[in-house]
Design a protein around this ligand. Structure first.
Ligand SMILES: Nc1nc2c(ncn2[C@@H]2O[C@H](COP(=O)(O)OP(=O)(O)OP(=O)(O)O)[C@@H](O)[C@H]2O)c(=O)[nH]1
Ligand SMILES: [Mg+2]
Length: 476
């Protein structure tokens, strides 16, 4: 086992003298499925089975999938009373840092094995030909004295692999010497088979979820900052009026300071920059990126913990976010099509982004909660409610995305009603969820609620502006 591209498959290929069967030759992770290779031991008395596992990479999304694959395999073999003689954990000595992904993977591996099995682990370093000897030596010392210290204290050994058959067998022999009675199930096997725990309740599963929770926490900070930018970047709702020079087919707008709409939602100032400025278009992309990352993370958790209703809300949200990616660069704004609406109002994708941004934050909060306790029936019903509305909203957005490169698109009455109802059902979910949350999650939920109120107000403004235009056009 080990991170991707650390030489696991190359090791097996060298050991069995069959190069090019499993090892990858590009930067893309190669081994997707678990591969068991049976091979007669050179002592002629027994067979040895080498098992090639897919590697953990640097995305949390794949961590959960890879762990599930490995866990399922370990569960099945243990049920058949097959126990591993030992484990090889691979690490590239050419990696110049151990923080972040490699450390996270190592922690997950440790939880999967359990401390009692550390004595059956060989920590294998690879890629020695890629570093200067003293640099490699220095890193090896650091690994042994710091990151691998506990494992070594509890019996793990370290070995260097030099990409040769002899080197591979030298390492295998340190393990294959262990007697069958010395073999023990891994911690994850005991937990899943003997204690009937679902994967997400095992030590390794909890480690993955903890890492994801840490990301969610930092995403909340991101949303807090991004939303400020978003609110600032959105022009305030403006009523519009056809100019006297309409005959030249231009329309001027003015901001109605006295408009009752100005008092609604989260808008508080009329002098905000428009979204077309360089900085806000960057924030726009950042916000969208944050939304997509959060939703992908939530999706991997929902799949890992098997929360079906949450997945139903995530899928359309992700689809909306991806469609906005299409709409926004195409400058979907209606003013481009017929120059009838002022920029501040004619940016439905802004409100869509705010809608999906709030959906992502809400889903993030629910996902965190769902890791701690089972969702109540009331919560599940509320989630399914807004999931259904998100699906309808997705239909509208997909339609907009399809038309954005053509003649442009407008939000119709029914679209506005659907989007408003979607925001309302999410607000309802906030109300259901609020009493069940820990105090530190309540501010995020409060921001979602306020943000959605702003979206509802803005959609209302948009509708009024549309009516104004139609009326004035008719009078001209
Ligand atoms: N230079 C050098 N290359 C190596 C060494 N070990 C493996 N490689 C190469 O590194 C690349 C990745 O090795 P793999 O064996 O596919 O890595 P892996 O751990 O199986 O990767 P995943 O299957 O993606 O998890 C391949 O091109 C190997 O030939 C080594 O010690 N030195
Ligand atoms: Mg491989």
């Amino acid at each position: 086992m080990g991170p991707i591209g650390t030489g696991k498959s190359a090791f097996i290929d060298c050991a069995v003298g069959r190069p090019d069967t499993g090892a990858g030759h590009d930067l893309v992770s190669c081994t997707k499925e678990i591969r068991a290779v049976r091979y007669p031991h050179p002592d002629g008395e027994r067979n040895i089975v080498l098992v090639d596992m897919p590697g953990f990479d640097d995305t949390f999304v794949s961590d959960t999938q890879v762990l599930r694959n490995i866990a399922e395999w370990l569960k099945t073999t243990y049920k058949r009373k097959v126990l591993l003689s030992g484990l090889l954990y691979f690490h590239r000595i050419s990696d110049n840092r151990m923080a972040g992904t490699p450390l996270r993977n190592l922690n997950m591996f440790k939880e999967l094995c359990g401390r009692d099995n550390f004595k059956n682990v060989v920590l294998v370093t690879t890629m020695w030909d890629e570093v200067l000897e003293d640099v490699g030596l220095q890193r090896e010392k650091e690994l042994q004295s710091e990151f691998w210290k506990t494992m070594i204290r509890l019996g793990s050994t370290t070995r260097r692999f030099h990409l040769t058959e002899e080197s591979a067998w030298e390492i295998i022999n340190t393990i294959s010497a262990s007697l069958p009675e010395e073999r023990r199930p891994l911690l994850i096997q005991q937990e899943m088979v003997d204690e009937h725990k679902p994967l997400h309740k095992t030590s390794a599963g909890k480690t993955v979820l903890r890492s994801i929770t840490a990301i969610f926490s930092s995403m909340k900070g991101f949303f807090r900052r991004s939303r400020v930018v978003q609110d600032r970047a959105s022009s305030p709702p403006r009523r519009l009026r056809l100019s006297r020079s309409y005959s030249s087919s231009t329309i001027s707008t003015h901001t109605s300071q006295s408009s009752s709409l100005m008092t609604k939602g989260s808008y508080s100032s009329s002098s905000r920059p428009t979204h077309t400025s360089q900085s806000s278009s960057h924030s726009y992309r950042d916000a969208l990126g944050g939304v997509i990352t959060t939703l992908k993370l939530a999706h991997s958790v929902a799949e890992f913990v098997r929360i079906h209703c949450l997945k139903e809300a995530i899928v359309p949200s992700l689809s909306i976010a991806h469609a906005i990616e299409v709409i926004a660069p195409a400058k979907f704004a209606i003013h481009k099509r017929n120059e009838l609406l002022p920029q501040g109002i004619a940016e439905p994708h802004h409100e869509l982004l705010r809608l999906v941004e709030n959906a992502a934050l809400l889903i993030g909060v629910i996902t965190e909660r769902a890791q701690e306790v089972r969702l109540t029936m009331e919560m599940k019903t509320a989630i399914s409610g807004f999931a259904k509305d998100l699906k309808h909203a997705d239909g509208i957005v997909q339609d907009m995305a399809r038309r954005s490169s053509g003649t442009g698109a407008n939000l119709q009455d029914t679209d506005l009603r659907t989007l408003t109802s979607c925001a309302e059902s999410m607000r309802h979910a906030c109300a259901v969820l609020r009493p069940k949350l820990s105090p530190d999650n309540r501010p995020a939920l409060f921001r979602v609620d306020v943000g959605l109120a702003g979206v509802i107000a803005a959609l209302h403004d948009y509708n009024l502006a549309r009516c104004d235009v139609s009326t004035e056009l008719m009078s001209h």
